[in-house]
Design a protein around this ligand. Structure first.
Ligand SMILES: [Zn+2]
Length: 326
C-alpha cells in the first residue's frame, strides 16, 4: 500500500504544511483502531521525510526514485529505523531500542534527517519504553520518531505526553465503502466485509479472503452446535486457535454476535446475517445480564489476545461460558 488513502488526506496536508515550514514535531503518536490505515500512513510519511525531492504535484509524497527512496523501498535505508517485535514475539526487545538509540546519535548518512517508526508502540514493555524516553524527549539533530498504536491507553503516560497525537478513527462509512468497492475484486462483498471489520477498511480487505469467510461461517455453526448441546468445545477451541488470522479477529466476531444478541436484533448483509439468525431463537430465554457479563469477558479476552497468553485456553474459557447459555 504505497498510496495515500482518501480519508487520510486532511492529516497528510496538515503535516505536509508543517514539514514545509520546518515545524514538524519530533515525536508523533498515530493512534486509532486496527485497520484504519495508520501503519501505511506512517510508512508514507517516513519515506517522505527521508526523500530528497518530494513531488509538489502529488501533494508532497516521496518521489519514489531518488537514492533515498530506492534505499527505503529496498529496506536498507541507513537513516530509517523501523522497530517491530522480533518474529513470533509480542514484546519489542529492549536491545532493539538500545541499538537504535546508539545509532540515532550519529549524523544522518544519506538524508537530511533520521526517522524511527515503532509499530505497534504498545509492544514496548517498561524497559523498552524507558530506554526510549530520553531520545523521545530530545532527539539528536533533525529527527522524527513516529509511534503507531492501536491501544494508546497501554502506553506509558510519559511516552504519550512526549508525542504530538494524531487520531486515525475509522473513516466515514460511505468513504470506506467507495474505496473498498474500487479495491476489491468482488465489489458486491464490500458492505459485508466492512461490517465484519467494524468499519476498518484495511481489515475489511484482509477479511475478503475466502478462507476467513469460511472460518466466520464455521464459527457461527460451532456456536450454534454448543447451544444445541452438540459439538466438542475443546476441539472448537483448538480449531479457532489454529486459524491463520489473529485471535482478536475471531474474538471481535464473537463480540459482534453478543452485541446483536443483547439488542435482540438481526444483522444485515447476506454473509453476516446467517449465523445470527439461527442463534437468536436459541437465545430467547437467556438472561440479558449474563450476556452483558459474557460481553465483558470477550472484551477482556480481546485485550489479552495480543499478549503471549495461551490462545487455546483463552477460547476454551469463553466457549465453556457460551455453552452454559444452553
Ligand atoms: Zn525520493
Amino acid at each position: 500500500m504505497d498510496k495515500l488513502l482518501p480519508w487520510q488526506q486532511p492529516h497528510w496536508s496538515a503535516l505536509q504544511q508543517r514539514i514545509m515550514q520546518q515545524r514538524i514535531p519530533h515525536a508523533l503518536l498515530l493512534h486509532g483502531p486496527q485497520g484504519s490505515g495508520k501503519g501505511a500512513f506512517a510508512r508514507l510519511l517516513s519515506q517522505r521525510l527521508l526523500c530528497s525531492q518530494p513531488t509538489e504535484s502529488s501533494g508532497g509524497l516521496a518521489c519514489g526514485h531518488c537514492p533515498s527512496c530506492k534505499l527505503f523501498q529496498a529496506g536498507t535505508h541507513p537513516d530509517y529505523y523501523p522497530l517491530v517485535p522480533d518474529e513470533g514475539k509480542y514484546v519489542l526487545a529492549v536491545e532493539r531500542v538500545r541499538e537504535m538509540v546508539v545509532q540515532f546519535a550519529f549524523t544522518p548518512q544519506c538524508s537530511g534527517r533520521k526517522v524511527v517508526s515503532i509499530n505497534p508502540a504498545e509492544s514496548m514493555n517498561n524497559h523498552s519504553a524507558n530506554s526510549l524516553l530520553k531520545t523521545l524527549e530530545e532527539p539528536p539533530g533533525e529527527a522524527v520518531m513516529i509511534l503507531v498504536s492501536h491501544t494508546p491507553a497501554r502506553l506509558l503516560a510519559t511516552i504519550r505526553s512526549r508525542c504530538q497525537q494524531i487520531a486515525f478513527p475509522t473513516p466515514p462509512r460511505e468513504m470506506a465503502l467507495a474505496w473498498l468497492e474500487e479495491t476489491l475484486d468482488n465489489p458486491a462483498e464490500a458492505d459485508a466485509v466492512l461490517q465484519l471489520a467494524e468499519g476498518a477498511p484495511l481489515s475489511a480487505l484482509l477479511l475478503n479472503e475466502p478462507s476467513l469467510m469460511e472460518h466466520y461461517q464455521q464459527m457461527g455453526r460451532e456456536l450454534i452446535q454448543l447451544l444445541e448441546g452438540r459439538g466438542n468445545l475443546i476441539q472448537i477451541g483448538l480449531r479457532w486457535s489454529k486459524q491463520a488470522c489473529e485471535a482478536a479477529v475471531s474474538l471481535r466476531w464473537l463480540q459482534q454476535w453478543v452485541v446483536a444478541l443483547i439488542k435482540n436484533e438481526p444483522q444485515t448483509g447476506a454473509v453476516v446475517s446467517e449465523p445470527l439468525s439461527s442463534m437468536l431463537p436459541l437465545m430467547q430465554g437467556v438472561d440479558r445480564r449474563k450476556l452483558f457479563l459474557f460481553y465483558d469477558k470477550v472484551a477482556e479476552a480481546i485485550a489479552l489476545s495480543t499478549t503471549a497468553v495461551n490462545k487455546e485456553l483463552l477460547f476454551d474459557g469463553l466457549l465453556l461460558d457460551w455453552s452454559k447459555f444452553r
